[in-house]
Design a protein around this ligand. Structure first.
Ligand code: HEM
Length: 484
């Protein structure tokens, strides 16, 4: 009986095998064809439609690579070096073709200003397809129009001064308990440890999830797998990063669903409260969208904070003079008796009283902004830096190259926290008036970072605890930070 069954499988393919095979093969053939048609359409649009509207404008200089893949492979191989080489070759506005889309990358305060101030009129937020699909429609960064405005308003409200005050000690506890384990390790890789710290702080302070909950479910490991596959070619095919990203996301949403069982009854933190108000309150969001919104906060606040904390360890570790100044300020600012005692409670006001600490964080974010660029889509054709931006194209406004090429920052490549003392003398406390659009680690305008104050708070608490509690030595003192 068994042999008959197995014979029949090999001699006459079952319909259950044939249909999926045919469907998979058709999809494999159709996907490149569909991409090609879209690519051809974009070119038609550029050569016919946009040129009619702006006959005197040329497309920016640059190359588009091969049909469909464009220059994606070179970009994936070289990372940020790809952009650096392009900038050196073509200047502040150039074209390329990345992740399936014709793209214009622009930098410099004037160009960036035009893009950021043109939200909803010239441009709209538009991330690469893989990011959009993986983060999902429930995420703030992927929403637009009225939904975006409502979600943003509630969230901004949640990061009020009062909330941040309440959060300071929670963050301090997360930071000190993570750091407590570091001396025992002797030697350690900073980045993975800072990622764990940033995740613990975000999960605890923003969402109210206790560490033992997410440790049990290995949520952090799954989360890292999700992030690793976020920016990829968006084909849901076995072996592709996108498929791995989808699987990681499904596991994560299940984790969050299990960890927050009483979504409606238990808004653990003010941030979650605000989130419920804008989602459940409206009654228009599905459960998946709500969970995606939670995931979005973890996404936005994880690698940004973790890589900046790592950079703080590196830059301060390389500069004993900066370390001494920080120590001196901490001792001076914390009240008598607290001095260099590790357990002294911090407060939001005290942390923000430390000017030099602020300069150090600002300078770390200037030299190595963790969000190197923001993504937009042109809603209509327009002029940028003397070139044509065709309707429908992706625009990347570069934060990193804007910082590095701005005339406002003398010797822009070097890490000099003291430069902010001079800059802030002629402007507001953040150096905004002078450095506006030359310095924008948190973006600007309608899409600027919602978690800015929270992120700065975590980083300040991190540096205070590190500097007042520990001595550390870099195993690779000449290390350079490589942007991805
Ligand atoms: C050092 C840390 C951080 C940096 C440098 C940073 C940077 C940025 C930048 C540049 C943008 C604007 C992107 C654009 O123009 O498209 C942004 C948006 C955003 N950030 Fe952050 N971020 C940080 C931490 C955080 C944290 C901790 C959270 C959440 C708790 C967060 C939540 C968001 C959200 C939700 C948006 C989207 C806003 C919108 O589309 O309206 N960020 N961030």
């Amino acid at each position: 009986m068994d042999s008959v069954t197995s014979n029949s499988i090999f001699s006459e393919p079952s319909i259950f095998l044939v249909i999926p095979t045919v469907v998979s093969l058709s999809i494999l053939c159709l996907l490149p064809l569909a991409s090609w048609i879209r690519w051809a359409w974009q070119w038609y649009h550029v050569t016919i439609v946009s040129r009619e509207e702006f006959p005197d404008l040329q497309l920016p200089p640059g190359t588009m690579g091969y049909p469909v893949v464009g220059e994606t492979i070179a970009f994936l191989k070289k990372g940020s070096q790809f952009y650096k080489e392009k900038m050196e070759q073509y200047g502040h506005v150039y074209k390329t073709h990345l992740l399936g889309r014709p793209t214009i990358r622009a930098m410099g305060a004037d160009n960036v200003k035009k893009i950021l101030m043109g939200e909803n009129t010239l441009v709209t937020s538009h991330w690469p397809t893989s990011v959009r699909l993986l983060l999902g429609s429930g995420s703030i960064s992927q929403s637009s129009g009225h939904v975006h405005k409502v979600r943003r308003k509630h969230m901004m409200h949640a990061f009020s001064r009062c909330t941040l005050d309440d959060m300071t000690n929670v963050i301090q506890n997360c930071v000190t308990s993570c750091m407590h384990e570091w001396p025992a390790a002797g030697r350690m890789y900073a980045y993975p440890e800072c990622k764990r710290l940033a995740f613990t702080a975000a999960a605890r302070a923003l969402l109210g999830i206790e560490p033992h909950h997410f440790e049990q479910s290995q949520m952090h490991e799954t989360f890292c797998e999700f992030l690793k596959n976020l920016m990829t070619i968006p084909y849901n095919i076995p072996g592709f990063g996108f498929r791995k990203g989808i699987k990681a996301k499904t596991r994560l949403l299940n984790n969050i669903r299990d960890i927050l069982p009483d979504l409606e009854k238990r808004p653990y933190t003010p941030v979650m409260r605000a989130y419920y108000d804008s989602t459940l309150g409206s009654g228009t969001e599905t459960e998946t969208e709500i969970l995606e919104g939670v995931l979005d906060l973890l996404f936005a606040g994880h690698e940004t904070v973790a890589s900046t904390a790592t950079n703080c360890l590196m830059f301060v570790g390389q500069r004993p003079d900066v370390m001494d100044k920080l120590r001196e300020e901490i001792e001076r600012t914390l009240p008598q008796g607290d001095g260099c005692c590790q357990t002294a409670d911090l407060s939001y006001a005290r942390v923000n009283d430390m000017k030099y600490l602020n300069y150090v964080i600002k300078e770390v974010l200037r030299v190595c902004p963790p969000a190197g660029a923001g993504f937009r889509k042109a809603l209509k054709s327009f002029e940028l830096g003397g070139y044509l931006v065709p309707k429908g194209w992706t625009i990347m406004y570069s934060i990193r190259e804007t910082h590095h090429t701005s005339p406002v920052f003398e010797d822009a490549a070097s890490f000099e926290p003291d430069r902010w003392a001079a800059l802030t003398q002629t402007s507001d406390d953040d150096g905004h008036d002078l450095a506006k659009f030359h310095y924008l680690p948190f973006g600007y305008g309608a899409r600027s970072c919602i978690g800015k104050m929270y992120a700065q708070l975590v980083l300040k608490v991190f540096l205070v605890e590190l500097v007042r509690g520990y001595d550390w030595r870099l195993e690779n003192p000449g290390a350079e930070m490589r942007d991805l």
